[in-house]
Write a protein that binds this ligand. Structure first.
Ligand SMILES: Nc1ncnc2c1ncn2[C@@H]1O[C@H](COP(=O)(O)OP(=O)(O)OP(=O)(O)O)[C@@H](O)[C@H]1O
Ligand SMILES: [Mg+2]
Length: 294
């Protein structure tokens, strides 16, 4: 029998050091918000990026980061026009990529050989990657870290919940249809079980206003997000309509809410930003009161 005790002790020491690094790095980020959904393709990545852009443009320049924690289907780099970037390493650690608006971005996409490469990993490896993204990346001092997640309640959201217990909360994205509402319940249950506050629900792809005739067509119905929020007793943050420009800008890698600030969808985003700000303020107030009581 080989004696692997020193190896085990060494590994344990490395893990403890990494945990300490994670705590130190994360303590420099004031707010951490994850974007989740029960279903795929409802607009999580689009919402994550546009929220990051909105906060950058409204008083938090050079103080916003995005962790693209969708290991199998990273799409934040594409939406921000960062495809093909590589992460640079230096003595303090690995540096995030920087978008044109000064948003710091880390994504699995920056570690893959090319756009066609696929990550074929089981849960523990994904958790290791996410842990490293939090502990070994030089995020610096940030006001916000937005975390984009794959759909559902699998390894990635679970890792984030476990690694960031101090997180401000989750934003749940849905589309209005009843099928989507059913899975919103799962997201809310997941967040509650893991002790993550639900900041609120966003109804994306909520109706389409014809640019030619102005008629509103509810392609995926409308109002479902609000209904389910009420039913589950969680805040409703707002509805974002379908806008062809959202899709076009994402594909072009330009920030939609900057390019089309006057659109109904951009205005909806800005209303959502205000509600998130109000949530964060009331949370801060609550924790200050708790500290005073102690
Ligand atoms: N309000 C909108 N109007 C028009 N297109 C939209 C809107 N929201 C998202 N899209 C488009 O829908 C597609 C899916 O969006 P996105 O990738 O953000 O979804 P997702 O929930 O992150 O998907 P996944 O579950 O695969 O991670 C993208 O092409 C995006 O540009
Ligand atoms: Mg996505």
């Amino acid at each position: 029998m080989t004696n692997n005790m020193p190896e085990v002790a060494n590994r344990r020491k490395q893990l403890l050091e990494q945990e300490q690094r994670l705590k130190t790095r994360m303590s420099k980020i004031r707010h951490k918000i994850a974007v989740i959904s029960g279903k795929g393709g409802v607009g999580k990545s689009t919402v994550t990026v546009n929220l990051a852009v909105a906060f950058t443009m409204h008083g938090h320049a050079n103080s916003v980061g995005i962790l693209d924690a969708d290991i199998h289907g990273p799409s934040v780099p594409k939406i921000l026009g960062l495809t093909g970037q590589r992460l640079q390493a230096g003595p303090p650690g690995v540096f995030p990529a920087l978008s044109s608006l000064g948003i710091k971005v880390v994504s699995m996409d920056f570690l893959l050989l090319d756009e066609n490469s696929a990550v074929i990993w089981r849960g523990p490896l994904k958790m290791t990657a996410i842990r490293q993204f939090l502990s070994d990346i030089v995020w610096g001092d940030l006001d916000f870290l937005f975390i984009d997640l794959p759909p559902g309640t699998g390894d990635e959201p679970l890792s984030i919940a476990q690694l960031l217990p101090e997180m401000d909360g989750v934003v749940i994205v849905t589309i209005p249809s009843e099928v989507s509402q059913i899975v919103v319940r799962k997201s809310v249950t997941f967040a509650r079980k893991l002790g993550m506050p639900v900041i609120g629900i966003i109804e994306n792809m909520s109706g389409f206003v014809c640019p030619k005739c102005g008629a509103k067509i509810d392609i995926f119905m409308s109002g479902g997000g609000q209904k389910i929020a009420k039913e589950l007793n969680v805040p409703f943050l707002g509805s974002i309509p379908i806008d062809q420009k959202v899709c076009e800008d994402s594909d072009r890698g330009v920030p939609f809410i900057v390019e089309h600030a006057d659109s109904q969808a951009s205005k909806a985003f800005m209303e959502i930003v205000k509600k998130i700000e109000a949530f964060l303020k009331s949370r801060e107030k609550q924790s200050n009161t708790k500290m005073e009581v102690k």
